[in-house]
Design a protein around this ligand. Structure first.
Ligand code: FAD
Length: 639
């Protein structure tokens, strides 16, 4: 068997985005030794791409804001399918996490009085997003990397070694988790540059690997989003929930084809940008759904008044939650009122001065100028839905981030529950900070309580290495499958059949095609050597994308209603029988240990919301989501 480099840590964090870094900082602050492993360069995680901001009810822009209002907005955005405990912790702790970042050196944009500025975003009652122009994620990562360096300097002062307790392993991909009995004992992977294998012996792994967008053809996600953490957790025995809920962000670039899907931040609409169809009509007023009636402006005058003073009018429907806006754009294009390239117009040019646009949205200005030759200070952008975020992910304990397998923890986009059926913009960056910290703490506490470290069997390492090398072994019958062709076929299948609007017969067709792709995967073959071999890397990523796509398609077929990021053409409304049901994906018991195992999806009842949290809502609003029996303990109930 090939040589395997070995390292030993108390906690191994897989992923160096916002969630991973926050978890690593926390575990290191408990005095443990921590490795951070990431498959791209350190500092290049997806979090860096976050533009609009980080939601936290600090109340700087409107002092009426509170954690209760943030909680309510988050639950409404998720159509009440959220883990209410996660939504509660998130709303309560987000402001502290933002202030903590500030104390570590983050330079947020300011109000004239010096406090952190907060901007409007879809579904948030008040301006709530702390931001740095449209480059917020970059500042978040920069600050946490700076914090990592500060901790390493402390370690140097104490031990003479900067990396004594916190070390980053960049361009290193984890392909398998190793267990001792039921418990995690390590993580196995390879260096992307040399292809050499590496083993991390550890009792605790925090998965913070981000999303799954690269299974789709049109996406705002980068090459790293191949669902690795989702698949690693599944194969290790954990469950995934909410996988049918994918967020198609309403405003991706639609032109030119080479950049189709790249994100146009919701900050454009937060700062006054408006959506128009090819007839010049602000169409969002026609798409306010019954559950949000009364909460949004019904005329252009009222919407514009709200932008000037959000206490004196109702908010603009341009800022409805993302699922609603994406569906509305889809409808307009289908009805023949789209642009020539199949999108709609997003106009900021007629709303702000060129100087304001360049100051507030510098990246958007640059992006359109460079990529589409459009000057957004003079003309509108063409935009349309793009696969952006997965609400589904690893089922975790809200307080500790435990994934239900001893020693396995998860946080950030690869975890599920917090956002229910639809995430509000800005709630991911805050989620990373709140639950990254909690998962780091959960992992540290777990390790501190262990009386014995788990062991690793050599046979498990051999098996992981053999599996990773399989694509270099061409099948004897000459049916070699090209990983790029397989990937393209997977993306096309997911785009065409498990996209923004879903139908039973198409989902069944998708599941059939996925079975075919799984079979083809067995003969995936790559040329060349292990050094610098992107074809091989893709072959290994495909193993994850295939099983995760299966979860999405199976869950989408089972959920016979439309809710949040899951729209069924054949079941177009929310169905009360699904109101408290989660779909739980696990590896099919007959398929445990298979390279790309089949998945079993089963419904599971969600814990009913605590009464004090129910009481934060008007009974009339809750009645749109729950049955009378669910609400008997609400203070206003007359049942
Ligand atoms: P990431 O930041 O993606 O980090 C994942 C890490 O895991 C990376 O380091 C990667 O290398 C590593 N990794 C993955 N697989 C492996 C493996 N097998 N082995 C080793 N390492 C691995 N949210 C907001 O709240 N506000 C916004 O304004 C906003 N804007 C956005 C703009 C864009 C263009 C996009 C795409 C998303 C935006 N989001 C925004 C969403 C948000 O950025 C992401 O949900 C969030 O950054 C995910 O963070 P994470 O820490 O979970 O994962």
């Amino acid at each position: 068997m090939p040589e395997v480099e070995r390292h030993k840590y108390d906690v191994v964090v897989i992923g160096a985005g916002g969630a991973g870094l926050r978890a690593a900082i926390e575990a290191r602050e408990h005095g443990l030794s921590v490795a951070v492993v990431c498959k791209s360069l350190f500092g290049k995680a997806h979090t860096v791409m976050a533009e609009g901001g980080c939601a936290a009810s600090m109340g700087n822009a409107n002092e009426k804001d509170s954690w209760q209002t943030h909680f309510r907005d988050t639950m409404r955005g998720g159509k009440f399918l959220n883990s209410w405990r996660m939504a509660e912790l998130h709303a309560q702790e987000a402001p502290d996490r933002v202030w903590e970042l500030e104390s570590w050196g983050a330079l947020f944009d300011r109000l004239p009085d010096g406090r952190i500025s907060q901007r409007n975003f879809g579904g948030h009652t008040y301006p709530r997003l702390a931001h740095v122009g449209d480059r917020t994620g970059l500042e978040l990562i920069r600050t946490m990397q700076q914090r990592v360096v500060a901790l390493q300097q402390e370690d140097f002062a104490e031990t003479g070694d900067y990396e004594a307790r916190l070390k980053v392993f960049q361009e290193c991909t984890i392909t398998d988790l190793v267990k001792d009995g039921d418990a995690i004992s390590g993580a196995f992977g390879y260096w992307r540059e040399s292809g050499r294998f590496v083993l991390f012996e550890t009792p605790a792994v925090v998965l913070a690997t981000g999303g799954i967008g690269k299974s789709y053809k049109v996406t705002s996600n980068s090459w790293e989003y191949t669902g690795d953490g989702h698949a690693l957790a599944l194969r290790a025995g954990a469950a995934l929930i909410n996988m049918e809920f994918l967020q198609f962000h309403p405003t991706g670039m639609v032109w030119p084809p080479s950049v189709k899907g790249i994100l146009v931040t919701e900050g454009v609409r937060g700062d006054g940008g408006i959506l128009k169809n090819s007839e010049g009509k602000r169409f969002m007023f026609d798409y306010i759904p019954p559950v949000f009636k009364g909460q949004y402006a019904e005329t252009e005058e009222e919407a514009d008044q709200w932008l000037r003073d959000n206490d004196s009018a109702r908010r603009t429907p341009d800022l409805l939650p993302r699922d609603e806006v994406a569906r509305a754009i889809n409808e307009e294009v289908k009805a023949g009122r789209g642009t020539v390239h199949g999108g709609v117009f997003l106009d900021i040019a007629s709303r702000l001065t060129p100087e304001e646009i360049v100051k507030r949205l510098p990246s958007m200005h640059h992006q359109f100028k460079e990529l589409a030759d459009v000057d957004i200070t003079k003309e509108p952008m063409e935009v349309g839905p793009t696969c952006h975020y997965v609400m589904g992910g690893i089922e975790v304990d809200p307080d500790t981030g435990s994934a239900g397998v001893p020693g396995l923890f998860a946080a950030g986009e690869c975890s599920g529950g917090m956002h229910g059926s639809n995430r509000l913009g800005g709630n991911s960056l805050s989620d990373l900070l709140v639950f990254g910290r909690r998962a780091g703490m959960g992992a540290a506490t777990y390790v501190e309580q262990l009386d014995k470290r788990p062991e690793i069997a050599e046979s498990d390492i051999d098996a992981a290495a053999k599996l990773a090398l399989a694509p270099f072994d061409p099948p004897a019958d000459g049916t070699a499958e090209n990983p790029y062709t397989l990937h393209t076929d997977l993306q096309q299948t997911m785009n065409d059949l498990v996209g923004i609007i879903r139908k039973e017969h198409e989902l069944k067709q998708a599941i059939e095609r996925l079975a075919g792709l799984r079979e083809r995967f067995d003969t995936v073959t790559v040329e060349g050597h292990r050094q610098f071999n992107p074809g091989w890397h893709l072959a290994l990523d495909l193993r994850n994308m295939l099983v995760v796509s299966e979860c999405v398609a199976q869950a989408a077929l089972l959920r016979t209603e439309s809710r949040g990021g899951h729209t069924r053409d054949d079941h177009p409304v929310m169905d009360p029988t699904w109101r408290n049901k989660l779909l739980v994906c696990k590896v099919d018991p007959d398929d445990v240990g298979q390279t790309v195992p089949a998945v079993a999806v089963t419904p599971q009842d969600q814990l009913p919301m605590r009464n004090d949290l129910l009481a934060l809502f008007e009974l009339t609003e809750l009645e749109k989501y729950y049955t009378a029996a669910d609400l008997v303990d609400h203070p206003a109930s007359t049942e």
